[in-house]
Design a protein around this ligand. Sequence first.
Ligand code: FAD
Length: 292
Amino acid sequence: MLRQALHAISRSDRAERVVSTSPLTADVVRRYVADDVGRAVDELTRAGLLVSVDHLGEAVHDRTQAERAVQAYLALLERLPEGADVSVRLTALGLRLSEQLALDNAATICESAVSMGITLTLDAEEHDTIAALHSIHATLRKEHPDVGVVVQAYLRDSVRRCHRLEGARVRLCKGAYTAPGAYTSAADVDRSFARCLRVLMAGTGYPMVATHDPRLIRIAAALAVLEERDPSGFEFQMLYGVRPDEQERLAAEGARVRVHVPYGAAWYPYLMRSLAERPANLAFFARSLLTR
Ligand code: FAD
C-alpha cells in the first residue's frame, strides 16, 4: 500500500512542488544525490571504488529536452576517469517520442564514451519500455559489445532474458517500479534474483550485481567461486549513500565495487522511488525534516 502510494507520489507534480520547495529536504537529497558530481567521483575513486554516474532526468516529451540530456551526458563524460560508466535512461533520451530517437541519442553518447574508455549501461524502467530497451541494446551492442543493460529480477521472464543476454555486460537488480504480473513478494523476487545470478555467473558475460541485500551478495560471491570467476570478471554495484561501509568492505576484500552516483536537478522521482523501495528510509527522511 505504502509502496504504491509513494510510487504515485513520485509521479505527482503537486507533491513534487511541495517536497522540492521545502528547505528541509536538502539533507536527504544530499545523502542520496551528489551535489558536486566531480568531487563525489574523486572521493569514491580515491577510496578504491568504481563509479557509474547517472544524470537524473525522467521521461522527456520533446526533442529539445532529449537533446539537452544528450549534451549533459557529453559534458559529464569529459569529467569522468577512464574505467567509469554512465547510466542512461532511454526515456530521458526521447524513448516516449520515438524508439529511433532514443537509439540515435544513446548511440551518440555511447560513441563518445567508448572513445574515452568509459562504458555505458542502459537502465531498465517501466515495464512498457522493456521491449524497446532490449531492442536498442541489441542494436548498440553490434558496434559496441561492452554496452551494458539492466535486468529486473521481479519480471517473470528475467531468467530467460539472462540466457538471451549471454556474453553481455548485464546489471542485475530487483526492480524499482511496479509491473503487471511481476513477482511481488520479496521471497519470489529474491529467488528470481538468485536464479538469474546462476545463469550470469555460469555464462561468458560480465555480471554486475546491483543489490544491497547481504544474502544475495553472499550468494553472488559463492557462485563466482563455484564458477571459478576471477574477481575482475564481475562486480558489485550499490547506490550512492547506501551501505557505504559495505561498499568499502567488499572493495577491501578485493571485489570490484561500483557506486551508482546520481546527480542533477531532477532528483525528485528518483528519491521517491528509493523511498518506495525501502519505506524504512522514510524514518530517515522524517527525522531529517524534524531535526534540522
Ligand atoms: P532491498 O530488498 O531493498 O534490501 C535488502 C536488504 O539490503 C535490506 O533488508 C537491508 O539489509 C539492506 N539494505 C537495503 N537498503 C539499505 C539501506 N538504505 N541502508 C541499510 N541497509 C539497506 N532498478 C530498476 O528498476 N532499474 C534500474 O536500472 C536500476 N538500477 C540500479 C542500479 C544500482 C547500482 C542499484 C544498486 C540498484 C538499481 N535499481 C534499479 C534499484 C533496484 O531495483 C532496487 O530497487 C534497489 O536496489 C533496492 O533493492 P536491494 O537489492 O538493494 O534490496
